[in-house]
Ligand binder design. Structure first.
Ligand SMILES: Cc1cc2nc3c(=O)[nH]c(=O)nc-3n(C[C@H](O)[C@H](O)[C@H](O)COP(=O)(O)OP(=O)(O)OC[C@H]3O[C@@H](n4cnc5c(N)ncnc54)[C@H](O)[C@@H]3O)c2cc1C
Length: 406
């Protein structure tokens, strides 16, 4: 990929919108903007030099991801679920954090624990913009109240890595929270610049089925028969588990939609193309990953409203220690969760990783560039597909590429 440039990465559909290129280039050279398809994409404000293009290639999670030859002691690599140190189901011990969180508020519980024990000084993460509530913004949280205000999943574009330079300009240590691609970018940056490890000691992520375009959010508003400019508050879920998508207007009107309808019939139809080629939907480069620990029903996840429950997946020694310390301090409560049970509650994540090689082969036939994955055990994942299924995915992807839908 030596010849890749920022412009080529975007044109090839490899950009996930994380904002790592804003950090890689000189300050002010690149900024993230919403494009006509409703995704955040980098725009170079001047011609980038070769040093900047080199850093972009080095940090961009869209073009290539690589695991180390050796993981931390006590960490084993599961071909579907990635590096595993410890897997549990649980929730924030604080009832309010559990309720406000997207699933069981485990990520927010861990962040509050890190802040209140002085292990970090602030968190770099994402929340609804205060001035434009349909869009997301990166924020620095240094109190429990700040963390709770940013709890809940935002099913719309966000570029938290673009705020990394500003975070590093502040004094102190911080935790970074982001989608798997955001965290993979920060992991690459820290590997290339090890002096930053001390400043960013914790990387937290969540399982991610993909980033929906802003068009998804606008479609929800259309169903509500609301105009974007009258909305003063918008959440996708949380405030319960899974909680409701909810829009509030300046006039006090409140419209809601259940998770199954919002995610299952609208948002997931607007995913960016890079996400369909993602082998890292489960946050393989994070220290700790949160996800929905759905209760199962007939072999499928049950989205009936319940008390929040998160999966808590520690992937590194640092992550495992953090989980133990947070449990001992009473910040989160957990119970063991057998890894075999993940198949039933995260079927999309499993299927996508199994299908990546078939999708990549279809891309190759059409001379499309697809992401490079090193040490992801994709051969083992792909081997779990029947020959019939492999060909079906290959042909389906080829048809979508031919019709320009990937
Ligand atoms: C686009 C997207 C797709 C997802 N797909 C899946 C999936 O396939 N399976 C699954 O189990 N879970 C998925 N989730 C994650 C799930 O909704 C919960 O976030 C996860 O279970 C953690 O819950 P929690 O209660 O511990 O997190 P919380 O305590 O609510 O904390 C969530 C944290 O995530 C950050 N955050 C929220 N939205 C974004 C965003 N768009 N970009 C970067 N950071 C963000 C917040 O700042 C906050 O710190 C997805 C989330 C998103 C945003």
């Amino acid at each position: 990929m030596a010849e890749m440039t920022l412009e080529k990465i975007v044109a090839a559909g490899l950009c996930s919108g994380c904002g790592a290129c804003v950090f890689a280039a000189t300050q002010g050279a690149v900024e993230m903007r919403l494009d006509g398809d409703g995704f955040l994409r980098p725009v170079a404000l001047r011609a980038l030099n070769e040093t900047e293009q080199f850093s972009i290639r080095q940090f961009c999670p869209g073009i290539a991801l690589q695991h180390p030859e050796q993981f931390d002691k006590g960490v084993s690599y599961h071909h579907v679920w990635g590096p595993v140190s410890r897997l549990a189901a649980g929730h924030a011990a604080d009832a309010d954090v559990r309720h406000k969180g997207s699933s069981g508020g485990a990520l927010s519980g861990l962040l509050i624990h890190l802040l209140e024990t002085g292990k970090i000084d602030f968190v770099l993460h994402t929340r609804a913009s205060e001035t434009q509530p349909l869009t997301n913004e990166s924020v620095f949280s240094s109190t429990r109240k700040d963390v709770i205000a940013a709890a809940g999943s935002r099913y719309a574009p966000a570029s938290p890595v673009a705020a990394l330079r500003d975070a590093l300009a502040r004094p102190g240590r911080f935790a970074f929270v982001g989608k798997p691609c955001d965290v993979a970018a920060v992991r690459k940056i820290v590997q290339a610049r090890p002096e930053l490890a001390e400043r960013i000691p914790y990387l937290l992520s969540f399982m991610c089925a993909g980033t929906p375009s802003m068009k998804g959010t606008h479609e929800i508003l259309q169903r509500f028969k609301l105009n974007a400019d009258e909305v003063v508050g918008f959440r996708y879920r949380g405030d319960g588990w899974p909680g409701l998508a909810c829009a509030e207007t300046v006039g006090g009107q409140r419209e809601t939609m259940d998770y199954n309808t919002a995610w299952g019939t609208i948002l997931n139809r607007h995913l960016q193309s890079r996400c369909k080629m993602c082998a890292d939907g489960t946050g393989e480069f994070a220290d700790v990953v949160g996800a929905d620990a759905w209760h199962g029903k007939d072999g499928y996840p049950d989205f009936a409203e319940a008390e929040g429950r998160s999966l808590v997946l520690a992937r590194t020694g640092t992550g495992s220690r953090l989980v133990s310390q947070a449990v001992d301090a009473g910040a989160i409560a957990i119970e063991p969760f057998p890894i075999e049970n993940l198949n039933a509650i995260q079927p999309y994540q499993r299927r996508r990783k199994q299908e990546i090689r078939a999708r990549a082969l279809a891309a190759k036939i059409f001379k499309r560039t697809s992401p490079t994955y090193i040490r992801f055990k994709l051969e083992d994942c792909s081997a779990q597909l029947s020959r019939y299924k492999f060909i079906k995915v290959l042909v389906g992807t080829a048809v979508r590429i031919f019709n320009n839908r990937v």
